[in-house]
Design a protein around this ligand. Structure first.
Ligand code: SF4
Ligand code: SF4
Length: 408
């Protein structure tokens, strides 16, 4: 697709980047069936090809309206279209660019802007978020049913981990909302890694990974958070940590992208690259052989439906890693359908686009439960909470199931 950057972008790095990214799209439409929003609305402008056309118009400086912005807002950034595209279009980069341009060209109403700002402020501060969550949990019984469904029960208090000091050390990122919503996930990861001879450390000064602000158009704030995390993670790597590990695939994806996002920052480019290269999803640190050596027997655990988060399978391109770990931990994998379909969570999407988000969740749960599993397992706190609110069976992080198998 040829694009001639308009006056604002002509001769700029952003304009050249946009041209290069758009050039790869040949309008073939192979991506359309992979797109969750197109499958729900049937509107070409809610498809990758339609949105790429809108982004081309924004790049060229053609008239844009709130409708343009709405079709870009409806994108989940799930990147299922990238995997379906035979031309290698980097849609994730294109939609980030398109959203930036739409924010500049079509300012939002004050109420929308304020809601987005409030979400970035609250969700990226673990203490503020946890305090708000605990208040909601305390008054949950008196709230309307729609709000009650969004507030999970208070998690059981986690016993302090009594872990040995090992030679191998990794940094386990805490995340922003996960410590309040499900502290058991990182506690489970720490227990599993300890059994495998790896000590888990926290990194001093960890910030929100920046994904939230990045996808809501607060790029400056997201990059400032990224820089502080890079300072903290480089110090940990210098002190001997072998990798930076995340149990939330959305956060892991963002940290793996620091190198690209800060490539033009002379003070941070090299260190951002170093941190991205050292970052792993927790499923990359454990192998089935590790679990077999730990004495786990196959076929003795719960029947599990595996839900691969988009950030894990499309973003990090980690496909088929968790299933063998669950099997090695004794779980029995139940058949599912539509494995590449987004569950509709997508960070704050479930708040900003509730109708589409809930329809996608309904479809996803139907696709996950034909085998009547005991539990749905996933690898990202956003997907977990979104599915949990409507699932007929418990939804857990897969590492919790592995830890429970080792604890038995
Ligand atoms: S993004 Fe890829 S699959 Fe979709 S229309 Fe363009 S070239 Fe075809
Ligand atoms: S990222 Fe997902 S929702 Fe957005 S256009 Fe691609 S497939 Fe559709």
């Amino acid at each position: 697709m040829f694009a001639q950057p308009g006056a604002n972008l002509a001769g700029t790095e952003r304009g050249r980047e946009a041209q290069a990214l758009l050039r790869n799209c040949v309008h073939c439409g192979f991506c359309l069936p992979a797109c969750p929003t197109y499958r729900v609305t049937g509107n070409e402008l809610d498809s990758p090809r339609g949105r790429i056309y809108l982004i081309k118009q924004l790049v060229e400086g053609a008239p844009a309206s709130a409708t343009t912005r709405e079709h870009l807002d409806r994108c989940l950034t799930c990147r299922a279209c990238e995997r379906a595209c035979p031309s290698g279009v980097e849609y994730g980069r294109l939609i980030d660019l398109g959203r930036e341009l739409a924010e500049e060209r079509v300012p939002r109403p004050v109420s929308q802007h304020a809601l987005r700002r409030a979400m970035v402020e609250v969700f990226s501060r673990p203490r503020a978020f946890t305090a708000l969550l605990r208040t909601g949990q305390a008054i949950r019984a008196w709230l309307p049913a729609t709000l009650q469904a969004r507030i999970p029960p208070r998690p059981a208090r986690q016993p302090p981990a009594l872990l040995a000091r090992r030679t191998r050390r990794i940094v386990l990122l805490e995340g922003c909302v996960q410590p309040g919503l499900a502290p058991g996930i990182n506690a489970a990861a720490a227990r599993v890694l300890d059994r495998l001879g790896i000590t888990v450390e926290r990194v001093a000064g960890e910030q929100c990974c920046g994904a939230l602000g990045h996808h809501l158009g607060h790029t400056g704030r997201a990059l400032a958070q990224a820089r502080r995390n890079i300072d903290a993670c480089c110090a940990a790597l210098d002190a001997g940590a072998e990798s930076i590990v995340s149990s939330a695939s959305a956060c892991g994806l963002m940290v793996k992208d620091y190198g690209r996002l800060l490539a033009e920052d002379p003070a941070y480019a090299a260190r951002a690259q170093r941190v991205s290269a050292a970052t792993r999803d927790v499923s990359e640190v454990i192998t089935p052989v590790d679990l077999e050596r730990a004495g786990l027997a196959p076929g003795t655990g719960p029947r599990v439906a595996w839900q691969a988060p988009c950030t894990l399978q499309h973003g990090q391109r980690l496909v088929g890693r968790v299933e063998p770990l669950l099997v090695a931990a004794g779980c029995i994998l139940e058949p599912t359908r539509e494995g590449t379909l987004c569950c509709g969570s997508a960070g704050t999407y479930s708040i900003l686009q509730p109708e589409l988000s809930q329809e996608l969740r309904r479809r996803k749960i139907a696709a996950l439960t034909p085998g009547a599993p005991d539990v749905i397992a996933t690898g990202n706190i956003g997907c977990l909470e979104h599915l949990r609110a409507a699932s007929p069976v418990p939804v857990r992080h897969w590492i919790e199931l592995v830890a429970e198998a080792l604890d038995r």
